[in-house]
Design a protein around this ligand. Structure first.
Ligand SMILES: Nc1nc2c(ncn2[C@@H]2O[C@H](COP(=O)(O)OP(=O)(O)OP(=O)(O)O)[C@@H](O)[C@H]2O)c(=O)[nH]1
Ligand SMILES: [Zn+2]
Length: 201
């Protein structure tokens, strides 16, 4: 079966970074509610700034300092609004695709000394189980010609290109580390090849 999405609802979402339009998509791959927040006119545009943000309940909603997700979410919306147009796709891939329950178990393993990669493996998962077919279909639905991806993760760029998305550049989104996420960011820099120049120093 080929994957399909449906853009079911678009509604205005005023934020502190200006007014976005939230697009709600249904899909034939999973039963999750994936959405895209669109700022300005993006149809038929090249080099559209796009953030593909993976759900992180602890970071995005609770403001947890164990990761950089909450700050990245806010910074991406700010960047897109300052640019004048762009998209933030919010994929419901909690815990790099392993779900909230397993991510919380992985946190406890990290508190016992494992890093974020080994904790996933210990729980019987790959270090990163995300894939981006739905995001690629959303970009197609929004009629975006090419993008600049807002990310530090080289694997996201490779996966999107393999899905036929024209990624013309990368916009870095590096957050200052704190004492609670420093080791976590170090692991992303050294074991997951993320471009984290401040952390790598
Ligand atoms: N399994 C697991 N998932 C985590 C952990 N910390 C954060 N996450 C999840 O990781 C996802 C975000 O991925 P990151 O590796 O932080 O960043 P990225 O999306 O790959 O890269 P950027 O585009 O640069 O942000 C979210 O779904 C979080 O819920 C962890 O320790 N274990
Ligand atoms: Zn997070």
């Amino acid at each position: 079966m080929t994957a399909e999405i449906n853009n079911l609802v678009q509604t205005r979402i005023p934020t502190e970074h200006g007014e976005f339009v939230l697009h709600y998509f249904s899909n034939t791959i999973d039963d999750k509610e994936h959405v895209a927040l669109v700022f300005g006119d993006v149809a038929h545009k090249m080099e559209v700034p796009v953030r593909i943000h993976s759900e992180c309940f602890t970071g995005d909603v609770l403001g947890s300092r164990r990761c950089d997700c909450g700050d990245q979410l806010d910074k991406a919306l700010q960047l897109i609004s300052e640019h004048g147009f762009g998209v933030l796709i919010y994929l419901r891939q909690e815990g790099r695709g392993i779900g909230l329950l397993k991510k919380l178990q992985a946190y406890n393993l990290q508190d016992e000394g494992m890093d974020t990669v080994d904790a996933n493996i210990h729980l019987g998962h790959r270090p990163d189980e995300r894939e981006y077919t739905i995001a690629a279909l959303m970009l197609e639905d929004l009629q975006i010609d090419s993008i600049q991806l807002i990310t530090n993760n080289p694997n996201k760029i490779e996966q999107l290109q393999a899905l036929g998305v024209k990624v013309e550049g990368r916009i870095a989104i590096e957050i200052e580390s704190n004492c609670d996420n420093h080791a976590y960011l170090q692991t992303k820099a050294h074991k997951m090849d993320h471009f984290l120049t401040k952390t790598k120093k």
